[in-house]
Design a protein around this ligand. Sequence first.
Ligand code: PLP
Length: 333
Amino acid sequence: MSSSFPGELTGTRPRVPLAHLPTPIEPLPRLSARLGGPKLWAKRDDLTGLAGGGNKARKLEFLIAEALATGADTLVTCGAVQSNHARQTAAAAAKSGLRCTLVLRGREPHESQGNLLLDRLLGAEIVWAEDRLADERLGEVAEELRSRGRRPYVVPYGGSNPVGACGYVAAMQELLDQSAREGISFDRIVFPSSSGGTQAGLAVAARALGYPGTILGVSVDLGARALQEKLAPLASATANLLGLSGSFRPEDFAVEDAYIGAGYAVLGDLEREAIRTAAETEALLLDPVYTGRAFGGLLDLIRKGTFAPDERVLFWHTGGIPALFAYSEALAI
Ligand SMILES: Cc1ncc(COP(=O)(O)O)c(C=O)c1O
Protein backbone atom coordinates (compact mmCIF):
# COMPACT_ATOMS: atom_id res chain seq x y z
CA MET A 1 0.00 0.00 0.00
CA SER A 2 1.37 3.40 -0.94
CA SER A 3 -0.19 6.68 0.06
CA SER A 4 0.48 10.38 -0.09
CA PHE A 5 -0.26 13.08 2.47
CA PRO A 6 -1.59 16.28 0.88
CA GLY A 7 -0.52 19.45 2.72
CA GLU A 8 2.79 17.93 3.69
CA LEU A 9 6.08 19.04 2.15
CA THR A 10 6.60 15.43 1.07
CA GLY A 11 3.00 15.07 -0.17
CA THR A 12 4.08 14.54 -3.77
CA ARG A 13 6.22 11.52 -2.91
CA PRO A 14 4.89 7.97 -2.70
CA ARG A 15 5.15 6.64 0.85
CA VAL A 16 4.49 3.27 2.47
CA PRO A 17 3.42 3.45 6.13
CA LEU A 18 6.00 1.49 8.16
CA ALA A 19 6.65 3.64 11.25
CA HIS A 20 4.50 4.39 14.30
CA LEU A 21 4.00 8.14 13.89
CA PRO A 22 3.95 10.71 15.33
CA THR A 23 6.57 9.70 17.85
CA PRO A 24 6.10 11.22 21.32
CA ILE A 25 7.95 14.20 22.71
CA GLU A 26 8.83 13.60 26.36
CA PRO A 27 10.14 16.09 28.91
CA LEU A 28 13.28 15.03 30.83
CA PRO A 29 12.67 16.91 34.10
CA ARG A 30 14.91 14.85 36.39
CA LEU A 31 17.85 15.22 34.07
CA SER A 32 17.21 18.96 33.54
CA ALA A 33 17.10 19.42 37.34
CA ARG A 34 20.27 17.40 37.89
CA LEU A 35 22.14 19.52 35.34
CA GLY A 36 20.66 22.84 36.52
CA GLY A 37 19.19 23.57 33.05
CA PRO A 38 18.63 23.89 30.16
CA LYS A 39 15.11 22.45 29.85
CA LEU A 40 15.41 19.12 28.05
CA TRP A 41 12.99 17.05 26.01
CA ALA A 42 13.43 13.91 23.89
CA LYS A 43 11.74 13.20 20.55
CA ARG A 44 11.35 9.45 20.74
CA ASP A 45 12.25 8.08 17.30
CA ASP A 46 13.52 5.02 19.13
CA LEU A 47 9.77 4.23 19.25
CA THR A 48 9.14 4.24 15.48
CA GLY A 49 8.73 0.44 15.60
CA LEU A 50 9.81 -1.62 12.59
CA ALA A 51 11.66 -4.32 14.53
CA GLY A 52 13.24 -2.25 17.27
CA GLY A 53 12.76 1.40 16.32
CA GLY A 54 15.02 4.10 14.96
CA ASN A 55 15.39 6.81 12.36
CA LYS A 56 15.65 4.47 9.38
CA ALA A 57 11.95 3.58 9.65
CA ARG A 58 11.10 7.10 8.49
CA LYS A 59 13.51 7.01 5.55
CA LEU A 60 12.37 3.54 4.51
CA GLU A 61 8.74 4.68 4.15
CA PHE A 62 9.86 6.63 1.08
CA LEU A 63 12.57 4.23 -0.11
CA ILE A 64 10.29 1.17 -0.04
CA ALA A 65 7.63 3.07 -1.99
CA GLU A 66 10.23 3.73 -4.68
CA ALA A 67 11.46 0.12 -4.58
CA LEU A 68 7.91 -1.19 -5.07
CA ALA A 69 7.27 1.31 -7.89
CA THR A 70 10.35 0.00 -9.74
CA GLY A 71 9.09 -3.59 -9.46
CA ALA A 72 11.95 -4.71 -7.22
CA ASP A 73 11.78 -8.10 -5.51
CA THR A 74 14.87 -7.72 -3.28
CA LEU A 75 16.33 -4.92 -1.15
CA VAL A 76 20.11 -4.73 -0.97
CA THR A 77 22.03 -2.49 1.39
CA CYS A 78 25.25 -2.31 3.39
CA GLY A 79 26.51 -1.32 6.81
CA ALA A 80 28.52 -2.23 9.88
CA VAL A 81 27.95 -5.52 11.75
CA GLN A 82 25.69 -3.67 14.22
CA SER A 83 24.02 -1.51 11.57
CA ASN A 84 20.59 -0.27 12.62
CA HIS A 85 19.98 0.69 9.03
CA ALA A 86 20.60 -2.89 7.86
CA ARG A 87 18.25 -4.27 10.56
CA GLN A 88 15.42 -1.88 9.69
CA THR A 89 15.91 -2.47 5.95
CA ALA A 90 15.58 -6.22 6.61
CA ALA A 91 12.43 -5.49 8.61
CA ALA A 92 10.96 -3.27 5.89
CA ALA A 93 11.65 -6.00 3.33
CA ALA A 94 9.95 -8.65 5.46
CA LYS A 95 6.90 -6.44 5.99
CA SER A 96 6.66 -5.59 2.27
CA GLY A 97 7.04 -9.13 0.98
CA LEU A 98 10.49 -8.46 -0.48
CA ARG A 99 13.71 -10.40 -0.01
CA CYS A 100 16.73 -8.72 1.53
CA THR A 101 20.49 -9.08 1.10
CA LEU A 102 22.77 -7.22 3.52
CA VAL A 103 26.43 -6.58 2.79
CA LEU A 104 28.07 -6.18 6.19
CA ARG A 105 31.58 -4.96 6.97
CA GLY A 106 34.32 -7.37 7.94
CA ARG A 107 34.08 -11.08 8.72
CA GLU A 108 31.31 -13.12 10.24
CA PRO A 109 31.57 -12.95 14.06
CA HIS A 110 31.32 -16.09 16.21
CA GLU A 111 28.08 -14.99 17.82
CA SER A 112 24.97 -13.28 16.44
CA GLN A 113 24.06 -10.50 18.86
CA GLY A 114 22.09 -7.27 18.83
CA ASN A 115 21.20 -6.08 15.34
CA LEU A 116 22.90 -9.03 13.65
CA LEU A 117 20.67 -11.44 15.56
CA LEU A 118 17.63 -9.45 14.40
CA ASP A 119 18.88 -9.33 10.75
CA ARG A 120 18.91 -13.12 10.81
CA LEU A 121 15.52 -13.43 12.49
CA LEU A 122 14.10 -11.10 9.85
CA GLY A 123 15.24 -13.51 7.16
CA ALA A 124 17.97 -11.41 5.54
CA GLU A 125 20.72 -13.07 3.55
CA ILE A 126 24.09 -11.77 4.76
CA VAL A 127 27.19 -11.29 2.62
CA TRP A 128 30.41 -10.46 4.52
CA ALA A 129 32.57 -7.82 2.80
CA GLU A 130 35.69 -9.26 4.52
CA ASP A 131 38.73 -7.30 3.25
CA ARG A 132 36.70 -5.21 0.81
CA LEU A 133 34.73 -2.01 1.42
CA ALA A 134 31.08 -2.85 2.04
CA ASP A 135 29.75 -0.08 -0.20
CA GLU A 136 32.07 -1.23 -3.00
CA ARG A 137 30.74 -4.81 -2.65
CA LEU A 138 27.17 -3.49 -2.66
CA GLY A 139 27.11 -2.80 -6.42
CA GLU A 140 28.70 -6.18 -7.17
CA VAL A 141 26.21 -8.04 -5.01
CA ALA A 142 23.31 -6.25 -6.75
CA GLU A 143 24.83 -7.27 -10.10
CA GLU A 144 25.16 -10.91 -8.95
CA LEU A 145 21.49 -10.88 -7.93
CA ARG A 146 20.51 -9.45 -11.33
CA SER A 147 22.46 -12.16 -13.12
CA ARG A 148 20.40 -14.72 -11.16
CA GLY A 149 17.17 -13.14 -12.44
CA ARG A 150 16.32 -11.12 -9.36
CA ARG A 151 15.27 -7.45 -9.42
CA PRO A 152 17.29 -5.73 -6.68
CA TYR A 153 16.68 -2.22 -5.36
CA VAL A 154 19.82 -0.77 -3.80
CA VAL A 155 19.15 1.20 -0.63
CA PRO A 156 22.15 3.54 -0.20
CA TYR A 157 24.33 3.49 2.92
CA GLY A 158 22.27 4.81 5.83
CA GLY A 159 19.25 5.31 3.56
CA SER A 160 20.73 8.73 2.91
CA ASN A 161 19.79 9.84 -0.58
CA PRO A 162 17.18 12.51 -1.40
CA VAL A 163 14.34 9.95 -1.33
CA GLY A 164 15.36 8.67 2.12
CA ALA A 165 15.95 12.18 3.46
CA CYS A 166 12.25 12.92 2.76
CA GLY A 167 11.61 10.89 5.93
CA TYR A 168 13.21 13.64 7.98
CA VAL A 169 11.56 16.44 6.00
CA ALA A 170 8.27 14.88 7.09
CA ALA A 171 9.65 14.36 10.61
CA MET A 172 10.47 18.05 11.04
CA GLN A 173 7.00 18.96 9.86
CA GLU A 174 5.61 16.48 12.38
CA LEU A 175 7.68 18.09 15.16
CA LEU A 176 6.53 21.61 14.27
CA ASP A 177 2.89 20.44 14.19
CA GLN A 178 3.32 18.86 17.64
CA SER A 179 5.05 21.99 18.95
CA ALA A 180 2.17 24.16 17.75
CA ARG A 181 -0.46 21.83 19.20
CA GLU A 182 1.27 21.35 22.53
CA GLY A 183 2.44 24.97 22.83
CA ILE A 184 6.16 24.20 23.27
CA SER A 185 8.87 25.48 20.97
CA PHE A 186 12.48 24.35 20.96
CA ASP A 187 15.47 26.65 20.68
CA ARG A 188 17.82 23.84 19.68
CA ILE A 189 17.54 20.35 18.32
CA VAL A 190 20.47 18.01 19.00
CA PHE A 191 20.97 14.52 17.52
CA PRO A 192 23.65 12.20 16.07
CA SER A 193 24.62 12.80 12.45
CA SER A 194 26.52 10.41 10.22
CA SER A 195 25.40 9.52 6.69
CA GLY A 196 23.48 12.82 6.66
CA GLY A 197 19.90 11.95 5.68
CA THR A 198 18.52 12.91 9.08
CA GLN A 199 20.21 16.30 9.26
CA ALA A 200 19.65 17.14 5.57
CA GLY A 201 15.93 16.33 5.82
CA LEU A 202 15.49 18.36 9.03
CA ALA A 203 17.30 21.32 7.44
CA VAL A 204 15.15 21.27 4.29
CA ALA A 205 11.92 21.35 6.28
CA ALA A 206 13.29 23.89 8.78
CA ARG A 207 14.01 26.30 5.95
CA ALA A 208 10.72 25.68 4.14
CA LEU A 209 8.66 26.09 7.31
CA GLY A 210 10.66 28.93 8.90
CA TYR A 211 11.93 27.12 12.02
CA PRO A 212 14.05 29.77 13.75
CA GLY A 213 16.08 27.52 16.10
CA THR A 214 19.40 25.70 15.69
CA ILE A 215 19.65 22.16 14.35
CA LEU A 216 22.89 20.78 15.74
CA GLY A 217 24.20 17.49 14.39
CA VAL A 218 26.73 15.82 16.66
CA SER A 219 29.03 14.07 14.22
CA VAL A 220 29.57 10.39 14.96
CA ASP A 221 32.44 9.79 12.56
CA LEU A 222 33.38 12.65 10.23
CA GLY A 223 35.15 15.97 10.80
CA ALA A 224 32.74 18.94 10.70
CA ARG A 225 33.79 20.21 7.28
CA ALA A 226 33.56 16.75 5.65
CA LEU A 227 30.08 16.23 7.08
CA GLN A 228 28.93 19.72 6.06
CA GLU A 229 30.20 19.06 2.52
CA LYS A 230 28.15 15.88 2.41
CA LEU A 231 25.05 17.56 3.83
CA ALA A 232 24.88 20.53 1.44
CA PRO A 233 24.42 18.62 -1.87
CA LEU A 234 22.13 16.08 -0.18
CA ALA A 235 19.86 18.82 1.22
CA SER A 236 19.88 20.72 -2.09
CA ALA A 237 18.91 17.58 -4.01
CA THR A 238 16.21 16.75 -1.45
CA ALA A 239 14.72 20.25 -1.70
CA ASN A 240 14.85 19.95 -5.47
CA LEU A 241 13.08 16.58 -5.43
CA LEU A 242 10.27 18.17 -3.42
CA GLY A 243 10.01 21.20 -5.73
CA LEU A 244 11.36 23.60 -3.09
CA SER A 245 13.56 26.43 -4.34
CA GLY A 246 17.06 27.31 -3.20
CA SER A 247 20.21 25.41 -2.51
CA PHE A 248 22.28 24.74 0.59
CA ARG A 249 25.91 25.59 1.39
CA PRO A 250 28.12 23.68 3.84
CA GLU A 251 27.97 26.69 6.22
CA ASP A 252 24.19 26.27 6.48
CA PHE A 253 24.67 23.26 8.78
CA ALA A 254 25.60 23.36 12.45
CA VAL A 255 27.89 20.39 13.19
CA GLU A 256 29.81 19.55 16.36
CA ASP A 257 32.72 17.19 15.75
CA ALA A 258 34.41 17.24 19.19
CA TYR A 259 33.02 13.86 20.29
CA ILE A 260 34.32 11.40 17.69
CA GLY A 261 36.75 10.00 20.25
CA ALA A 262 38.57 6.88 19.08
CA GLY A 263 36.34 6.58 16.00
CA TYR A 264 33.14 5.02 14.70
CA ALA A 265 31.54 2.50 17.06
CA VAL A 266 34.39 2.67 19.62
CA LEU A 267 32.72 3.11 22.98
CA GLY A 268 34.53 5.42 25.41
CA ASP A 269 33.88 7.08 28.77
CA LEU A 270 31.75 9.77 27.10
CA GLU A 271 29.23 7.22 25.79
CA ARG A 272 29.37 5.05 28.94
CA GLU A 273 28.54 7.99 31.18
CA ALA A 274 25.80 9.27 28.86
CA ILE A 275 24.15 5.84 28.60
CA ARG A 276 24.16 5.40 32.38
CA THR A 277 22.97 8.95 33.11
CA ALA A 278 20.03 8.78 30.69
CA ALA A 279 19.02 5.34 31.95
CA GLU A 280 19.34 6.17 35.67
CA THR A 281 17.60 9.54 35.60
CA GLU A 282 14.92 9.13 32.93
CA ALA A 283 14.81 5.41 32.03
CA LEU A 284 15.85 6.59 28.58
CA LEU A 285 17.88 3.90 26.80
CA LEU A 286 20.58 5.13 24.42
CA ASP A 287 22.64 3.15 21.96
CA PRO A 288 26.44 2.80 22.16
CA VAL A 289 27.29 4.12 18.67
CA TYR A 290 25.01 7.07 17.84
CA THR A 291 22.70 8.39 20.55
CA GLY A 292 25.16 7.55 23.36
CA ARG A 293 27.79 9.67 21.63
CA ALA A 294 25.45 12.55 20.75
CA PHE A 295 23.93 12.63 24.23
CA GLY A 296 27.41 12.52 25.76
CA GLY A 297 28.27 15.52 23.58
CA LEU A 298 25.11 17.28 24.70
CA LEU A 299 25.94 16.69 28.39
CA ASP A 300 29.44 18.06 27.82
CA LEU A 301 28.14 21.15 26.01
CA ILE A 302 25.71 21.75 28.88
CA ARG A 303 28.50 21.46 31.47
CA LYS A 304 30.58 23.94 29.46
CA GLY A 305 27.73 26.46 29.73
CA THR A 306 26.84 26.44 26.01
CA PHE A 307 23.11 26.79 26.76
CA ALA A 308 21.27 29.34 28.89
CA PRO A 309 19.40 27.71 31.83
CA ASP A 310 16.00 28.61 30.37
CA GLU A 311 16.76 27.41 26.83
CA ARG A 312 14.56 24.60 25.51
CA VAL A 313 16.63 21.83 24.01
CA LEU A 314 15.20 18.83 22.20
CA PHE A 315 17.33 15.70 21.99
CA TRP A 316 16.14 13.78 18.93
CA HIS A 317 16.55 10.12 19.91
CA THR A 318 17.28 8.36 16.64
CA GLY A 319 17.14 4.81 18.03
CA GLY A 320 19.73 2.04 17.85
CA ILE A 321 18.85 0.31 21.11
CA PRO A 322 19.34 -3.30 19.83
CA ALA A 323 23.08 -2.57 19.50
CA LEU A 324 23.27 -2.16 23.31
CA PHE A 325 23.06 -5.93 23.66
CA ALA A 326 26.19 -6.42 21.59
CA TYR A 327 28.20 -4.07 23.80
CA SER A 328 27.76 -5.49 27.30
CA GLU A 329 31.51 -6.04 27.75
CA ALA A 330 32.46 -2.58 26.49
CA LEU A 331 29.79 -1.09 28.76
CA ALA A 332 31.55 -2.84 31.66
CA ILE A 333 28.26 -4.12 33.04
C1 PLP B 1 20.61 5.09 15.78
C2 PLP B 1 21.13 5.99 14.72
N1 PLP B 1 21.18 7.30 14.96
C3 PLP B 1 21.66 8.17 14.05
C4 PLP B 1 22.12 7.74 12.83
C5 PLP B 1 22.66 8.75 11.89
O1 PLP B 1 21.68 9.18 10.99
P1 PLP B 1 22.11 9.64 9.54
O2 PLP B 1 22.83 8.47 8.95
O3 PLP B 1 20.84 9.98 8.87
O4 PLP B 1 23.02 10.81 9.68
C6 PLP B 1 22.07 6.38 12.52
C7 PLP B 1 22.59 5.92 11.22
O5 PLP B 1 22.85 4.80 10.97
C8 PLP B 1 21.56 5.47 13.49
O6 PLP B 1 21.51 4.15 13.26
